[in-house]
Write a protein that binds this ligand. Structure first.
Ligand code: SF4
Ligand code: SF4
Length: 475
């Protein structure tokens, strides 16, 4: 019987080689001989005897080679026989809900050209449905969250839109009601919201700060970048309106980090400049970048050459992140910190995200959707908040989105983190939520490899920095 690699990706830290073990999501440091064994098996499968012989030719002792082979077999980096895909563990029938996203309105006061809710690729069908969520629906949603969350000590409510703050009065009532419910049930509840910041006022900022509501502002960078696509219906840009509001928010909301979320388009691709502006000139704690979800032929689509440039710039910013981490300092590039957190937690996903599983979205009408991006889409409705989730529909959604059914992904080393990618993006690109997002595989693998290198370097040079990722999981 020959030995072969069993789903392993090798990468380099600063002075040490590492192996990312795909079947387990684990990471192990490699000594020279283990790396040599893996490299040899990368070329061809060999019997153990032949492999030991090859190692001896390379200058290692037969005993050391045999020991290394046994160790690699025990961590399942290599195996006897050909590598076969191991199915993920079956999901439990009842999965406790952790968070709910309340789309408190499907209305927005901006007309961003690229918006997935209103733009050319929209899947929402809000015609004839409620535009604003009412308190009855919101209360039922909060009750549903508590009732369906099993014995979780803490649950999370995210407010979303449209533009969330167009229904601020409801949000205030929901915070009060959910807090009261949490207290009566002996549970904890946390809140967050995403906003375009145009409607922030001193009153709202103070409310958010007093109630510890986590805030993410959708913002694309400098005035020139922001005003390219994030515009009002009359075509005016939004930068000048939101800048002072954002600065007031950041100055007053000091008990929770305020983050920015950048939608990268053909008009906003200068990662360094955007990061510099949002982090250092405006003072956001963290900045997350996400390429626009769109069909490739749209004006604002980044396209392949653009994505190569984004990867190059991400890598440069990730190097800066590493410099900070080695000094034990915070850096606000959250695309790196989010990936490091997953690597540190040994994440190995059967599904790309919690949509339809630990999280659901609820639209203004009370329809349940897998997540906020599917809200108000007739095709993706998964039940109603008063009657609960349609288990068959959910099983279908989760079954199709499961990595086990994405055959293209079964030989990919990046699958523990990617698991085929966002269901919504898959639907926009391929018309099927269960399709693997094969248009960005090379990009994902390159980026994941970069994050692994950063992880390895931190593990070698300043391992205590990784501690806060463990604390984050505990939280
Ligand atoms: S979508 Fe591509 S990168 Fe992601 S797991 Fe599948 S094959 Fe790998
Ligand atoms: S389906 Fe996509 S947009 Fe929805 S939660 Fe998952 S990753 Fe996010």
């Amino acid at each position: 019987m020959t030995l072969s690699l069993s789903g392993v990706h090798t990468f380099h830290g600063v002075d040490v080689d590492f192996a990312y073990l795909v079947p387990s999501g684990g990471i192990v440091a490699l000594d020279g001989i283990s790396m040599a064994v893996l490299k040899k098996l990368e070329q061809t499968s060999l019997t153990k005897e032949a492999l030991v012989e090859q190692m001896v030719i390379s200058g290692y002792s037969a005993e050391a080679a045999a020991e290394s082979i046994d160790e690699l077999e025990s961590v399942r980096a290599i195996q006897v026989g050909a590598s076969i895909y191991e199915p993920s563990q079956p999901l439990p029938d009842e999965f406790p809900l952790q968070s709910i996203v309340l789309n408190v309105t499907n209305q927005c006061n901006l007309s961003c050209s690229y918006c997935y809710e209103f733009g050319e690729d929209k899947i929402a069908t809000p015609e004839g449905k409620k535009k604003f969520m009412d308190m009855e629906t919101a209360k039922a949603s909060v009750d549903y969250l508590f009732n369906e969350s099993g014995d979780r000590a803490s649950v999370h409510i995210t407010f979303f839109g449209g533009e969330t703050l167009m229904n601020f009065p409801l949000m205030k009532q929901v915070v009060a009601y959910a807090r009261q419910e949490a207290e009566e049930r002996g549970r904890n509840v946390e809140f967050s919201l995403t906003t375009n910041a145009t409607l922030l006022s001193t009153t709202i900022v103070e409310f958010l700060a007093e109630n510890g509501v986590g805030v993410t502002v959708s913002m694309d960078g400098t005035k020139e970048m922001q005003d390219k696509f994030r515009i009002f219906a009359n075509g005016n840009g939004s930068y000048d309106i939101i800048r002072p509001k954002v600065q007031e928010l950041i100055a007053k909301h000091t008990n929770r980090p305020v983050g920015a979320r950048v939608t990268m388009t053909s008009g906003a691709m200068d990662v360094r400049k955007i990061y510099q502006h949002l982090k250092h000139e405006l003072g956001f704690h963290e900045v997350a970048f996400a390429p626009v979800t769109t069909s490739p032929d749209r004006l604002y689509s980044i396209g392949e050459p653009g994505m190569d440039s984004v990867l190059r710039q991400f890598s440069e910013l990730a190097d800066e992140y590493l410099e900070h981490a080695l000094r034990g300092e915070h850096h606000g590039f959250s695309n790196v910190s989010d990936t490091l957190a997953e690597l540190h937690q040994g994440v190995n996903k059967a599904l790309p995200c919690g949509a339809g599983l630990g999280m659901v979205g609820v639209g203004p009408s009370g329809d349940i959707a897998p997540c906020h991006r599917f809200v108000d889409s007739d095709e993706h409705v998964m039940g109603h908040i008063t009657t609960g989730i349609d288990k068959e529909k959910r099983a279908d959604f989760l079954g199709r989105g499961n990595i086990d059914t994405k055959y293209d992904c079964h030989t990919c080393w990046a699958r523990p983190l990617c698991a085929g990618g966002c269901h919504h993006e898959a639907y926009v690109r391929y018309g099927d939520t269960g399709h693997a997002n094969l248009h960005y595989c090379d990009w994902i693998r390159s980026w994941t490899n970069k994050c692994l290198e950063i992880y390895g370097a931190i593990a070698e040079k300043n391992p205590s920095f990784l501690q806060h990722f463990a604390e984050r999981k505990a939280a």
